[in-house]
Ligand binder design. Structure first.
Ligand code: ATP
Length: 494
């Protein structure tokens, strides 16, 4: 029996499991912790590597027309003038005039008013939500919709009434007494070289994409690129976010997996649709439940002035629907901007028209850490009947593929199990454990998301077979010990 867990409880449970099992730790914890910076532990780093490898394979190496690169984090300051980040990469920052908390206006908690009993109430991360219908309505709203009415049961008068999305309130004290928004640039500044004057100011990159655009000629020439072709990369990005929180959903240091697919402008609609579909299907392929995924097309007033269209892949996080990845038709804005700022030609030769053209681009931009949170939230469940917590990670991305246990710590079982572990670990990430009760050892691996466990028991001593236990179904079968590597490779599928 699966235990139904309140969505707002899941986040706390995932955070505590992440720490307990070594997925994710608060940065600099012994010094009191750094807000919104996170460190990945032994299981977290394996999960993240598997995730990034899967993306790299599916977006880059399995395609003949996409290549990878790895640009530096520090780039010429003019890059960010050309890209528009110096001028436009701002968030509206609001101060609470009562408690002096500073926060991002568009991410502040919503305030609602019941038109019947006049109760005003606020909702933060799903915390005061008392009924399901209201929760669902809340998921579909966003801050730009102030003044919108919808029908739901009021948490106070408990009857179906018309609720209005009123205003935002201070996330700390709830006060509506707020300053006018001020603009705050999200880029981290630092100094390049020994002098700390304004001439040496540079930025930590706020996205990886510009490293691709500025290297366009280098890559296109070295690979003899013919349109359409893509360039992808994975790397760190930094944003001095005003409102952080929700664990690794929004942090100040994070990783992106971005790909710029260069095309002839007239083919934009075809490739835009193609990449939306590819990226949506990819999340299903890595094991995310389809009912928790959706596509959201940006309204015209949300689009950057240069963008022709943008669609987000959204996930139903424990705190509501939010962006996981953006797929954007950016025309040829970025390349044109770098041409203007650098004075260099950035183009490819088009055989059809016999001329050099500045291609348009479809961008796919995903967050590694957000996908990690998605994977953990989606995989988490509680199996009450068997008194265990399970992470149903797909075998391909699970940090450990198989755990090997001797049933008891005697009768030559540890020696046989160690030998099996040695053989398996040459092929895949495995884990050996001989201490403690077998039930506890299984439960620890269920929480770590390990899809298979092999146990050497008394029957092994008689017929050379071991028990193969499957994490989700708890099904147990017997496999000859010299066949386990082949059987596991077949089950994992890669
Ligand atoms: P949001 O509106 O949620 O801040 P965004 O629209 O600014 O996101 P993009 O600039 O499109 O995000 O970045 C592409 C992807 O990078 C996002 O879909 C997300 O997965 C990831 N990302 C962006 N900012 C952060 C952050 N502060 N922490 C973690 N991941 C991030």
């Amino acid at each position: 029996m699966t235990k139904k867990i309140q969505r707002n409880e899941i986040m706390d449970k995932i955070m505590s499991l992440s720490k307990r099992r070594g997925f994710i730790f608060q940065s600099s914890e012994i010094y009191g912790g750094m807000n919104s910076c996170w460190d990945y532990g032994p299981l977290g780093v394996e999960l993240k590597r598997n995730l990034k490898n899967t993306w790299w394979r599916d977006v880059i190496t399995s395609r003949s027309n996409v290549v990878g690169m790895d640009a530096g984090i520090l780039m010429h300051p003019k890059v960010w003038i050309a890209s528009g980040h110096v001028e436009n990469f701002h968030d509206p920052l609001v101060d609470c005039l009562d408690c002096k908390t500073r926060f991002r206006e568009d991410k502040a908690p919503h305030k609602f008013k019941c038109t019947k009993c006049k109760l005003k109430f606020r909702v933060e991360g799903g915390k005061i939500i008392t009924n399901k219908k209201f929760e669902e309505a809340f998921d579909d709203l966003n801050a730009s919709e102030v003044g919108v009415y919808f029908n739901s049961d009021c948490p106070n008068c408990k009857t179906e009434s018309s609720i209005v999305l009123d205003k935002i309130g201070c996330p700390n004290c709830g006060s509506p007494n707020l300053s006018a928004p001020k603009q705050f640039n999200l880029m981290f500044k630092t100094h390049y070289g020994p002098s700390e004057d304004s001439a040496s100011e540079i930025y930590l990159r706020p996205e990886t994409a510009q490293g691709i655009f500025v290297n366009f000629n280098n890559v296109a020439n070295s690979m003899r690129g013919k349109l359409p072709f893509g360039i992808g990369q994975i790397g760190k990005a930094f944003r001095n976010e005003i409102t952080t929180g929700n664990f690794i959903f929004r942090s100040r240091e994070f990783e992106q997996m971005e790909m710029e697919f260069f095309i002839k402008d007239e083919e934009n609609a075809k490739w835009y649709d193609y990449w939306i579909n590819e990226r949506f299907e990819w999340y299903k392929k890595i094991g995310i439940k389809e009912e928790n995924l959706r596509l959201r097309k940006h309204e015209n007033d949300e689009l950057a002035h240069y963008a022709r269209a943008c669609t987000d892949v959204e996930y139903k996080f424990p705190f509501g629907w939010s962006e996981l990845e953006g797929i954007a038709d950016r025309r040829n804005y970025d390349l044109e901007q770098h041409i203007k700022e650098s004075g260099k030609k950035l183009s490819v030769f088009d055989n059809d028209t016999d001329q050099h053209i500045v291609p348009s681009v479809i961008e796919t931009s995903a967050g590694v850490d957000r996908t990690m949170l998605t994977i953990l939230s989606d995989a988490y469940w509680e199996d009450q009947a068997n008194n265990r917590v399970v992470l149903s990670l797909s075998p391909e991305i699970a940090p450990i593929k198989v755990a090997v246990f001797p049933l008891v710590n005697r009768d030559n079982m540890p020696e046989i199990a160690e030998k099996i572990y040695d053989d398996i670990s040459k092929n895949m990430a495995a884990f050996y454990d001989k201490a403690g009760s077998i039930g506890r050892r299984y439960r620890r691996q269920d929480e770590a998301g390990t899809p298979f466990a092999l146990t050497v028991d008394s029957q092994t001593l008689e017929d050379g077979t071991v028990t193969l236990r499957e994490r989700d179904s708890l099904e147990q079968t017997r496999v000859a010990k010299d066949k386990v590597v082949a059987v596991l490779i077949e089950k994992i599928g890669k």
